[in-house]
Every structure is written in C-alpha cells, then in structure tokens.
Design a protein around this ligand. Structure first.
Ligand code: NDP
Length: 313
C-alpha cells in the first residue's frame, strides 16, 4: 500500500463505523474503512435482532451487519480487512499503520467498540448466541416464562437481572463473593425483587448443553459443592472492555478506558478525531444508538474538514 492522504479513515466496522461510512460516503468524502479481521462488531456474535427498527420480523445480527456493509460498499466506501496496529494522533496529518503500511488522514473516526467480558470457559464460548449472552436487552425476550442465570455483582448484573424479571419466570444471580459491588440502590432493587434469587459465593463452573444451553453448573466457592440449574439462558454480566489500547496516552479516556466525547458531539480531545459507538458509550450500548452516533461522527468530521479548508484558504 502506498502512503496516501485520506479525508477520513474510519477504524472499526460495527453499526457505528458502518453508519459513519455511509454518511461520509454520501458527503463525498470517499472514506477508507479499516474494518479489522473480525469485522462487523458485536452483532456478529448475536443471533436474532428484534429491536433494530425496520425489520418487521427481526433479523439475524450477522445478516444486518453484512447488509449494512454492502450498503456502505455500494456508496463507494473502500474497505481494508486488516487490523490497525499503531496510530500517531499527536499531529496532523494523522498517521495510521497496518503493520508496515502507513496511511495518512486529515480526520479519523474511531468506532472500535467494546468487548463484553466472558469467563473464559470453553462451553461458554461455544454456546454464545445459543443461550449464553452478554446482553439482556438484546436476548432477554427469548426466555419468556423460563428461569435464567445472571453472573456478576456489579451494576450491569443488577440492571440485567432486574430487566430479565420482565420475561423470565425466575432470575438467579450468581456472584462469586458475599456482597455486591453494585451501587446500593441497584443492589437493593435486586435484593427486594421477589423474582430474583441471589446465589452468593458461587461461580459458574461450566455451561451444559450440546446445541443450546440446557444447564448452568455452579460451584460453591466455600464448600466446593457443585450443583446444576436447569436453565436455557445464561447472562454473563461481568463488565465490558472498550477497545482503546491503540489510543492510550493519545486521546482522553475515562478511568476504565472509554473515550471521552464533548457534550452532545462526537468530538474527542484531539481536534479532527471523532468517536462513536460503544467505544465512547458505557451506558446505552445498543446497535441503534451506535449507528446514531456514527451518523453524528460523519457529520462532525464533514463540518470540521470543511472548516479547516476555509481556515487554510
Ligand atoms: P463492574 O466491574 O463494576 O462489575 C463486574 C462484576 O463482575 C463484579 O461484581 C465482579 O466481581 C464480577 N466479575 C468480574 N470478573 C469476574 C469473573 N471472572 N468471575 C466472576 N465474576 C466476575 O462492571 P459493570 O459492567 O457492572 O459496571 C461497569 C461500570 O459501569 C461501573 O462503574 C458501573 O457502576 C457502571 N454502570 C452503571 C449503570 C447505571 O448506573 N445504570 C449500569 C451499568 C453499569 P467482584 O465484585 O467480586 O469483583
């Protein structure tokens, strides 16, 4: 690849990045999308998506992302199916490396997303999207009138457990210690909810099931005793990690690594670098909100580039 000056380089190809690509393409910015080897983001590991507007009978996560990618491609977004290995955002033009290849850019849109943390069990990984989930908002409705398990003791676990009581017959919260990390108000909601039973000092030892989850094998950490709960849904709620290692010490982040954006914009601490989607959103984390902020980032980049040109004219 020869070094070439790009108007906009978009890093990350989930709903946020692809929407930014669609908007930037339609603004005639000829964006370059570096989609990564694992393109499409978190929706690639979900099955049914029932809450993305416009799909009267729902759609499969990968199908939604492939359609959105095709749309961006049809609008002439160029794609590089590799991972960015290094960036230098300290001066303009910005520098982006893919191994030894250098790309220079007038502006950058970061949409590298976040990764849900999992426990690392082999069967847990195998059954993601088949009963194992990290998103109650996405998958809770599939477990109507059934018992489910939530693993974790932070605010996310509390929120997921409470939300799941709308559908599930019973929610078991499995936590490794004897007290929650979550805020008192959120913990109290869980402790006072008659549909929730907390199982303290216990870990998820294994996930049972061939094609789909059929049970959660639990291990009491004090007694070592193992039991199995017959459930078809297991929600892992032990936190997310924003994918921002590349940008460490270059862009302002909060204490756990989410990029900070200014007010109701996609502006980061570096002028000309914009962020959208889960990489800057620890709260909503939905495909539709990611897509919305992707649109904002493309519009912010377009206006910023235009202002720069006027400035230099
Ligand atoms: P947290 O890091 O706060 O909590 C993670 C939980 O998962 C902890 O209880 C932890 O246990 C447990 N855990 C972590 N790793 C493992 C493991 N390997 N095995 C078993 N359990 C594990 O993450 P959250 O996602 O809950 O929250 C992240 C941030 O977002 C927090 O600041 C939170 O307050 C905020 N948030 C706020 C919300 C709100 O206000 N509406 C909603 C959701 C999140 P242990 O306690 O033993 O460490």
């Amino acid at each position: 690849m020869d070094t070439k000056m790009e108007n906009v380089v978009i890093i990350g190809s989930g709903p946020a990045g692809l929407t930014a690509a669609i908007y930037a393409s339609r603004a005639n910015l000829a964006p370059l999308m570096i989609e990564g080897y694992e393109s499409g983001g978190q929706l690639m590991t979900t099955t049914e998506v029932e809450n993305f507007p416009g799909h009267a009978r729902g759609i499969q996560g990968p199908e939604l992302m492939m359609a959105t990618r095709s749309q961006a491609e049809w609008l002439k977004t160029r794609f590089v199916t590799k991972n960015v290995t290094k960036v230098d955002l300290s001066k303009r033009p910005f520098k982006i490396w893919i191994d030894n290849d250098l790309i220079e850019a007038k502006s950058v849109i970061i949409s590298t997303g976040a990764t849900a943390k999992y426990l690392g069990l082999e069967n847990e990984k195998r059954l993601i999207g088949r009963g194992v989930s990290a998103c109650a908002t996405c998958d809770g409705a599939f477990f109507k009138n059934q018992p489910v398990v939530v693993v974790g003791g932070g605010d996310t676990a509390m929120e997921e457990a409470n939300f799941l009581t709308r559908f599930a017959s019973k929610v078991y919260v499995v936590h490794r210690r004897d007290s929650f990390r979550a805020s008192k108000i959120m913990s109290d909601r869980v402790l006072n909810n008659p549909k929730i039973e907390v199982i303290w000092n216990t870990e998820l030892a294994d996930v049972e099931g061939e094609k789909n989850v059929t049970g959660a094998k639990l291990r009491n950490l004090e007694t070592g005793k193992e039991t199995t709960l017959a459930v078809e849904g297991i929600f892992i709620a032990i936190g997310h990690k924003p994918n921002t290692d590349l940008f460490k010490d270059q862009i302002a982040m909060n204490e756990v690594g989410y990029l900070l954006t200014e007010g109701k914009t996609s502006y980061t601490s570096v002028p000309g670098v914009f962020a959208c989607g889960d990489v800057q959103d620890p709260i909503y984390r939905q495909a539709i909100t990611a897509a919305g902020t992707g649109c904002m980032a493309a519009m912010d980049a377009e206006r910023w580039l235009e202002a720069q040109e006027h400035h230099h004219a």
